[in-house]
Design a protein around this ligand. Sequence first.
Ligand SMILES: [Zn+2]
Length: 385
Amino acid sequence: MLSKRASNIEVKRINRNQVYWLINQRERTSKPEIAAFLGLSMPTVLQNVDELIERGLVIEAGTFESTGGRKAKILSANYAARFAIGIDITQNHIGLALTDLSGKVHLHRRLQKPFDDSESYYRELGELAMVFLRETGRAVDGFLGFGISIPGIISLDGQIITHSHALGIAGVPCHRFYEFIPYPCVLTNDANAAMIAEMYHNPGPMTAIYFSLSNYVGGAIFTQATQDFEHKPVYDRLFLGDHCRSGEFGHMTLFPAGSPCYCGKQGCIDSYCSARLLSGLTGNKLESFFLELPSDTALQDVWSRYLDHLAIAVNSLHMAFDSPVIIGGYVGSFMEPHLFDLQQRASQLNTFGQDASYIRLCQFKVEASALGAALRHIEAFIQTI
Ligand SMILES: [Zn+2]
């Protein structure tokens, strides 16, 4: 009897979650549309919508044009009902981004601040976080917390940064990063965070690979997406591996005995596909590289070689996973005009026919890792609806 009641409660929770998530995704919908799309009865939809309105998560925003019968009310998610802030920590910068239940970036900042594993750094980080929170102008009762992304490997239990070459730390407890932040905090690997940003709105492919081309090359593997409308956190669908070291694509060997890699090996993908290879030629500014590229033949030669190497790496990922490969990171945000070129090169390498339409561009080009880190709070909240 108890288990039957428990399963009824679970069905109710799933229904409510599905109704909420559909409203969240559609931006404008109606009760008849929800009932039809989810295959729920009108009384079930009415009850759930009323509950969501009462909780301030859904609002009625006018009526649709009549199609003959009574005009249906427009339902929209109250995206501002909850919000979270993401902080992206890199070797030299701190990025901050505000998001809410819409999963969009509403405000962002990037400051130059070299990382230092010291109390003064963490204290300043806490101050910056508080300043940014005030800057959002939002009431803190809707604030869920800070998500922090770092270029490093975090233990499965989320307690220890086991290794971060970029930050020069190993075995550091995660709580050091939020010692001076009096709100809930969670740490996420930067590539995994960027993948969360990409997939938050996308119940799409069953598997997808995020290939992060920043100063260090990394990545993330997303699996087991479903088409249902119960929202399951993207983080729970990431393939993390036995030691949370999955997606370290930067250290797959591209050329045996090739260029030295910072990891101590030779010929790693990182040595050929890191953003530093490009930005290093234009005063460490990647934007300048792409600005000067059309009129500089020396840069064009470098870029052509870069694309050849990237094509090999991307093709290998496609051979391993047979799924979309999303080009992200710093270079990914400049890749749009060059996507066709990359696809052409990769298609020549495809064993299964000359196709490279599996190569996609990242959708989030500004503070993707900060956004994804913050979305962990947003997704955890949606689970409770
Ligand atoms: Zn390496």
